[in-house]
Design a protein around this ligand. Sequence first.
Ligand code: MG
Length: 478
Amino acid sequence: MTKLVVGSATDVGMVRSNNQDQYLVAPGLYAVADGMGGHAAGEVASQTAIEALRSAFEQRTSHTPASLVEAAKQANKAVWDRSRANRGMMGMGTTLVALGVVEDDDGSNGMAIAHIGDSRVYVFRDGALSQLTTDHSLVQELVDDGQISAEEATVHPQRHVLTRALGVEPSVQVDLINLSPQHGDRYLLCSDGLPREASSDQISAVLARFADPSEAAKELVSLANTRGGSDNVTVVVVDVMANDATGETLTVVSGPASTSPGSTPLPLGAIATDATVQSPVPVAALGTSVGAAAGGAQQQLGAPSGRAAKNRHQRGPGRSPRPITLRVVAFLLVFCLVVGGAIAGLAWYARSTYYVTISHGHITIFQGRPGGVLWFGPTLAERTRYTAGSVLASDALLLRQGQLEDSLHDARAYIARLLAKKRAAQQASHPSTTTTTGPPPKKRRTTTSSVATTSPTTPTTKARKPAPNSAAPTAPPA
Ligand code: MG
């Protein structure tokens, strides 16, 4: 009799905010899925795939390599249907590696792998690590074509581009690998977060050092995080504890019961030691431990080119377009209102007053404030025929600095007062002349004010409407 003992672990990693990986540890069936899609879609894709895979596999009365492939195709359909039913999940997908205990054609028992994407299955046998699956990725094609080395592939800018994924099309081609397990074999299922950070030698060293599969799984996840943890990382380790060469039935034997942090207990009959180290999304019906979601690996269709380009799926942080949410619209609206209100208030402050000064040699009225306020400069309101000599020297000094008035009417009245003040001073210094030749002071002041600033028929007063683009002398010449 052959016994399988399983350990598993998953973690969000050191960079991503959510875990879109998910794994399955169920009787005779082990799987890892690495979801792709914006927001929570990647999580939904991997969870949907795992649920459908297990459901389809368990519904079969006999488990064969073909039924494992069929289960994977059912998983593809489930993800595809779900993405079609939800606009926010359009384009989501997932990788999938599934290791199942199956009956071979001759009735003997063995194991098989169903594979889509760049999650991997390795076998650790006699101290050597061998990769059993071949990535469905662009860089793998470049390596196969001899264009880049395997080492260059690990840092290639397009290493995220998949050439095959589950759930992104109505049907999918599933790679099938038949296995002949041997006593002592250790099968390693993992998402790309592990090989992205750790070399084969480093993975081998961990598998050789930790006999307990649960401890080995935890250590591999820790290794990936120690070396950067740029992606979600998920590991399932399946140990074959007896030789099946005699044709004895492969039997799945439950290991010690355990639960994932924050998860529900594994159902009776589930396998092995579960060493999930990151709080997973509980999937009670599956007995799985799950990593979830947004901000992690994301997917969008890549531009097709070259071999197998018609079916490429690019993933990576921040590559999925984010829909404009109601919250974003509300924020923009409030932002515009606040900014618009501030600008309007500033404009009112800058334009709500007038000032009198001497500009181009004449006493002039401007609308605005001397020097302007930010980009709201003063504009010419009226230029009189009077010069600095028309008022007292002391008043002329004040005028050059600008005299603020609340309105155009007040500005005109202010000028009239200055002119009258000057005439009064002249009369005081030449009383006989004033008495015999000039009109009464009060009448002259009134007439002068009216003529100088308000009468539309007065040729000496030049009035303009405020113009936004009018030149606004901020330092009027004396
Ligand atoms: Mg990944």
